[in-house]
Write a protein that binds this ligand. Structure first.
Ligand code: TPP
Ligand code: MG
Length: 321
């Protein structure tokens, strides 16, 4: 394990994501958030490890389950919560909502709602990086349910053929909505496909931020130094339902409890407690509570987008000028 302060930092980052989403769930129930809300609770170590493994100017693209990746990359809790509340101070000016976070400053290029549809975009940004010779890597996340979508296959074929600096990561949380993996994939190991593309691959169960940094780090380095794409499958678990409208009746509470015992956030907290850092953990928790409460207040107090955004952001508006 790396030094304790670094671990404490990872703990705090994961805790920000966890508490952010718990408060988002509460706000959703209060009717403050419209549309869909997909929580990342249980998967936070992947986002935090990814952010640590990337350079600040690398590109990240992900699915609608995007809050964790945005927060880990540097989107503020304020801008993220305001986006959920549909406020103009949100990271997508309140126009995107939960599924469409976008933060160009932190090279977080979305947040996409069409399953698998975002993967070719990653081949595109990686192509641009190679063409410009800017040394940037693109990392793109998709779910187990997206693995068999045509866009996924096309993006990987092109990336391998053109040797693009991109890392494809399947965040396999074992369900696509209420459908278990066994009913969507004839071959459960998604990385077996890498042989068909001619790409190196890796597959592991996510236990800690350190492990994500190490395993993703190798693929990121390869992409940066030799412009070779990789396919990684990381086995993980979401504690909540697919979205807020899903009571999650398709899995047993025993199964969920089993995974909660392995929850990387819980495991790291326990480890740091045993290492004698209880006071520092309490201080971290308190500062996270303040940050999240501040974000909720900021989102509550912010204004809704006004008509001035219509012209620059809508098709009709943009062409009417
Ligand atoms: C092309 C398309 N088909 C169907 C949907 C409806 N849908 C939304 S999420 C989802 C499940 C995707 O599961 P997975 O890829 O495993 O990601 P997870 O939600 O588990 O993170 C489906 C079918 C959609 N958004 N887009
Ligand atoms: Mg899934």
């Amino acid at each position: 394990m790396k030094d304790q302060d670094t671990q404490l930092g990872f703990y705090r980052q994961m805790q920000v994501i966890r508490r952010f989403e718990e408060e988002a769930a509460r706000a959703y129930a209060q009717g403050k958030i419209g549309g869909f809300l997909h929580l990342y609770i249980g998967q936070e170590a992947i986002a935090v490890g990814t952010a640590a493994a990337l350079n600040a100017d690398d590109y990240l693209i992900t699915t609608y389950r995007d809050h964790g990746h945005a927060l880990a990359r540097g989107t503020t809790a304020r801008a993220a919560m305001a986006e959920l509340f549909g406020k103009v101070t949100g990271c997508s000016k309140g126009l995107g909502g939960s599924m469409h976070f976008f933060d160009a400053e932190h090279n977080m290029l979305g947040g996409y709602g069409i399953v698998g549809g975002h993967l070719p975009l990653a081949a595109g940004t990686a192509f641009a990086s190679k063409y410009r010779g800017d040394g940037r890597v693109t990392i793109v996340f998709f779910g187990d349910g997206a693995a068999s979508i045509g866009d996924c296959h096309e993006a990987m074929c092109l990336a391998a053929l053109w040797k693009l600096p991109v890392v494809f990561v399947c965040e396999n949380n074992q369900y696509s909505m209420g459908t278990p993996l066994s009913r969507t994939l004839a071959v459960a190991d998604v990385t077996k496909r890498a042989a068909g593309y001619g790409m190196p691959s890796d597959r592991f169960e996510c236990e800690s931020v350190n492990q994500v940094i190490e395993r993703f780090g190798k693929a990121i380095k390869r992409a940066r130094e030799t412009s070779e794409p990789s396919l990684i499958e990381v086995l993980t678990y979401r504690h909540r339902g697919h979205s807020m409208s899903d009571p999650g009746k398709y899995r047993t509470s025993e199964e969920v409890d089993e995974y909660k015992k392995k929850d990387p956030l819980f495991v790291l907290r326990t480890h740091l407690e045993k290492a004698g850092l209880a006071d520092k953990l309490t201080a971290a928790d308190e500062s996270v509570e303040q940050e999240i409460a501040d974000a909720v207040k900021f989102a509550d107090d912010s204004a809704e987008p006004g008509p001035e955004l219509l012209a620059p952001t809508t098709y009709k508006g943009a062409f009417a000028r």
